[in-house]
Design a protein around this ligand. Structure first.
Ligand code: GKR
Ligand code: MG
Length: 416
């Protein structure tokens, strides 16, 4: 039994390349931050996890690393409780603590799977699908990160997308390279009529394929209702047009299109008011903050009980997260929509050994090897950790970065 005890949790912050993607907060910086976890058991088995980066979350993961030493890797309820107790005095928000407990739970499940010789999807009740569908995540974007402070410009092979034609071209590339059959546009960047035009152009270019628009709360209730009506028959759902459960409930009253969220329902205590007010019809799960893979599976059951449809949220991430997302999505019977993923934007810098995870025909086949089924590339990890150290970057600041090029830019939500 002692061999299943946790000897150490190694926490490694990394930085990887990210293109200049635009959103309602500004523009993505050339580097995105992430943290890689290696949970080492007494017998040498290692479980992997991946979490969002930044100094604050990193410090909490270090606190978690102290709390879990000596615990049994199969006792994930106790592991989560120990981390929760360690963080509670300084982190009152359950949503915020969820970011830490989730990353460690994934590493525990990876280690459990390796000990048992079974894929994580089996530990979640078994897979109901062999491949998980993902949507192309389209962004308005600049052609390159402009030269700055002596640094040369950084280009990419996606090109510029600042109007409907550019977005359709990006969607074509996404389809050509990965076979995506559904498309999500990150909006909240240009006046709503321009984004409506982009969605109509996508509908024309990809007839019958599911489309979504997500302006990350850039609009008022009135503007949201207007856009929803204009895009009736075009969108499968409209994601987070406006802020708060109350705001979304107002929009829902006049919207012919279902509303989705990964912003106003992000913790268990948000579910009751959201359901009571019929604020959202689609929930985007995210195991990175809902408490891990088992809790996400439980969340799916709650959604089933209340008639909420399910999709999946994503942020800039690498392959350990993609593997975890794929396993849990494979084990959720009531997954109604393809999942989001930023992976095509960041996969060139992945920390896992290539070959297992592949986006093909718009799907990722569920890994069948033990645990998450992916292996860490230690040289890559070291390189990306060096990049983190050398960059001096300790948090994400889309607005500050935008201001370097457009000093008059102001963060304003709602903007329209
Ligand atoms: O990376 O710009 C971005 C996205 O806007 C991200 O921050 C969001 O978390 O993708 C996300 C979303 O669906 O809201
Ligand atoms: Mg969203």
């Amino acid at each position: 039994m002692s061999s299943t005890r946790i000897r150490e949790l190694i926490v490694t912050p990394i930085a990887f390349g990210d293109p200049p993607l635009l959103n309602s907060n500004g523009v993505h910086e050339p580097l995105a931050l992430r943290v890689i976890l290696q949970l080492v058991l007494e017998d040498g088995t290692v479980g992997l996890g991946e979490s969002t980066g930044g100094a604050v979350r990193l410090e909490r993961l270090h606190a978690a690393a102290k709390a879990v030493v000596g615990m049994d890797v199969f006792d994930t309820t106790a592991v989560t409780a120990a981390i929760d107790a360690a963080l509670l005095p300084t982190v009152p928000s359950s949503h915020e603590r969820g970011w830490t407990t989730s990353a460690v739970e994934v590493a525990c499940l990876d280690a459990q799977g390796k000990l048992l010789g079974r894929p994580v999807s089996d530990l979640l009740g078994g897979r109901v699908r062999d491949a998980v569908p993902f949507a192309a995540y389209l962004f308005y974007k600049w052609a390159e990160h402009p030269a700055l402070d002596g640094r040369a410009a950084i280009g990419d092979d996606w090109g510029e997308a600042l109007d409907p034609a550019g977005i359709v071209e990006q969607a074509r590339l996404m389809h050509e390279r990965y076979g995506f059959r559904s498309f999500k546009l990150k909006g909240g960047v240009f006046p709503p009529d321009e984004e409506i035009a982009a969605m109509r152009a996508l509908a024309e270019a990809f007839p019958g394929q599911p489309l979504r628009l997500d302006p990350n709360v850039a609009w008022t209730v009135e503007t949201s209702t207007y856009v929803a009506r204009e895009l009736d028959g075009v969108l499968e759902y409209l994601e987070d047009p406006t802020r708060s459960i109350e705001g979304m409930a107002e929009v829902a009253k006049g919207s012919p299109v279902p509303l989705a969220t990964n912003m106003c329902v992000v913790a268990w205590e948000h579910l009751k008011p959201a359901v009571e007010q019929n604020a959202v019809q689609v929930l985007l799960t995210d195991h990175h903050y809902w408490g891990g893979l088992r809790r996400t599976r439980e969340l799916a059951a709650v959604c089933e009980a209340f008639g909420l449809a399910l999709s999946m949220h994503s942020n800039s991430h690498l392959g350990i997260s993609l593997a975890a997302m794929t396993h849990v999505a494979a084990a959720i019977p009531n997954l109604d929509h393809s999942c989001d993923t930023h992976y095509p934007w960041n996969s060139a810098d992945d920390v896992i050994v290539p070959g297992v995870l592949e986006l093909r025909d718009g799907e990722v086949r569920v890994p069948t090897g033990p645990g998450l089924g992916v292996e860490l590339d230690h040289d890559r990890l070291e390189r990306l950790h060096r990049r983190y150290v050398d960059s001096g970057m300790r948090g994400r600041d889309d607005t500050g970065y935008m201001r370097r090029f457009q000093p008059e830019y102001e963060l304003k939500l709602p903007r329209w």
